[in-house]
Design a protein around this ligand. Structure first.
Ligand code: PMP
Length: 319
């Protein structure tokens, strides 16, 4: 087979079950269970460049969620949280990266047809790439224009929403593609009861009369790690937070709305269904939380939460 060229932006070394393999060798077969039935779970993590080198944001929390996702789907993930954390740090260091996005993936890569995975082998991968601002460079300040999706977020009784599973993202793809076709940056899914759920790859917050609102886990959201970071920062800023089912119209009358997620970080929403949110740009509470979040992640502000895991610079690497 001809060597596969790397047009994905992924770095050269990929961790595959304990071995760092070359990008071109890291392939799976078309008869793998995961290709046909979506049987994978994964994570998305960021490593930020800080004044003292690269640091991974909330690594342990991401790996705990990966282990939980695998458990829900009865996948035999053979690594502990500690082993997975070390593997991530090793992979970043081997690729000599200071800043990157990290994608751990656990997949049923064994050849097995039929829905039942049987003994199809499960493999674990850790891939890195450089990923800039997910919703656009200007989005963090100016905000994005979004719509309410015509697709509902799956109820927890159809797909477990606490698992970050590959198959869940079919519904996210429908939401994202529908939004893009009509020139919106993103879509907001409602839950099966019509309450606000989340974006295709982000959780959502609203501000109304100084109170910070976010959907509860009963609305089928992924329990985002960034969402949790936002709530901890807001609490320490003395902001009142309400986690509750939210009616759709709160989107239109909120003073501020923002998305949050590892890829999207904290991105303000400036209009929804062509209705302007607040003043039509990043609001003051969004700005305060966003600056604290990004400041801690990039090591510009002291980290009181223990959220950063340093990545050592490999011996002999260019500084
Ligand atoms: N919801 C969905 C559907 C997501 O894909 C993500 C990204 N993982 C999030 C929310 C945000 O989660 P986190 O903050 O842990 O990245």
């Amino acid at each position: 087979m001809a060597a596969m060229s790397n047009t994905t932006g992924a770095t050269q070394k990929i961790w595959r079950d304990g071995v760092l393999v070359d990008f071109s060798e890291c392939t799976i077969h078309v008869m793998s269970h995961v290709v046909h039935y979506g049987s994978s779970v994964f994570e998305g993590i960021r490593c930020y460049e800080t004044p003292s080198g690269g640091a991974v944001f909330r690594l342990r929390d991401h790996m705990r969620r990966l282990v939980d996702s695998a458990k829900i789907y009865r996948m035999d993930l053979r690594y502990s949280v500690d082993e997975l954390c070390s593997a991530v740090v090793d992979t970043i260091a081997a690729n000599e990266l200071k800043e990157c996005y990290i994608r751990p993936l656990v997949a049923r890569t064994g050849m097995q047809m039929g829905v039942h995975p049987g003994n199809a082998p499960v493999e674990t991968f850790i891939i890195c790439w450089i990923w800039g601002r997910y919703l656009g460079e200007e989005a963090l300040e100016r905000g994005v224009d979004v719509r309410v999706s015509s697709w509902r977020r799956a109820a927890g009784s159809t797909f477990p929403t606490m698992a970050k599973a590959g198959g869940n993202y079919l519904s996210s793809q429908l939401t994202k593609m529908e939004a893009k076709v009509d020139d919106y940056v993103e879509g907001i899914m409602l839950d099966v009861n019509g309450h606000i759920s989340e974006g295709s790859g982000e959780n959502l917050f609203l501000v109304k009369d100084g109170v910070l609102y976010t959907s509860s886990i009963a609305s089928g959201i992924l329990q985002g790690i960034t969402r949790n970071s936002v709530m901890r920062i807001a609490k320490d800023l003395g902001v009142e937070i309400r986690e509750t089912p939210l009616p759709r119209e709160m989107l239109y009358i909120a003073d501020e709305v923002f998305f949050c997620g590892t890829a999207a970080e904290l991105t303000p929403v400036r209009s929804i269904d062509r209705i302007t949110v607040g003043e039509g740009h990043r609001g003051p509470l969004t700005k305060a939380i966003q600056q604290r979040y990004l400041g801690i992640a990039a090591g510009r502000i002291p980290d009181p939460y223990g959220w950063l895991t340093p990545v050592p610079v490999p011996a002999g690497a260019a500084k």
